[in-house]
Design a protein around this ligand. Structure first.
Ligand code: ZN
Length: 91
């Protein structure tokens, strides 16, 4: 019998996936060194992204969602992402 595993909100990641320990991986979009990875729904395996493309993808997703606080969230996101990346290199 197959039981479906349920992921609750409390189990979700609060930080981006970091690849600081894998510096040779490159962004799937532009070829720069990858810093994060994204998995979009059932769209296959995670894709590696550089900082700039990660920020651009976040902005595009918020715009696509029609998120009411998209501008404010994107104003904060770059520094939050960079702080997370810095933390992952020292942790
Ligand atoms: Zn890129």
């Amino acid at each position: 019998m197959h039981r479906k595993k349920t992921i609750h909100w409390s189990m979700r990641r609060t930080k981006a996936y970091m690849l600081a320990t894998v510096p040779t991986m490159t962004c799937c979009r532009c070829g720069k060194p990858a810093a994060t990875q994204w998995r979009v729904c059932a769209d296959g395996p995670p894709r590696l992204l550089c900082v700039e493309c990660d920020i651009g993808l976040n902005a595009a997703i918020l715009k696509w969602m029609g998120h009411p606080k998209a501008k404010r969230l994107m104003a904060d996101y770059p520094k939050t992402l960079l702080a997370s990346l810095q933390g992952s290199r020292h942790g």
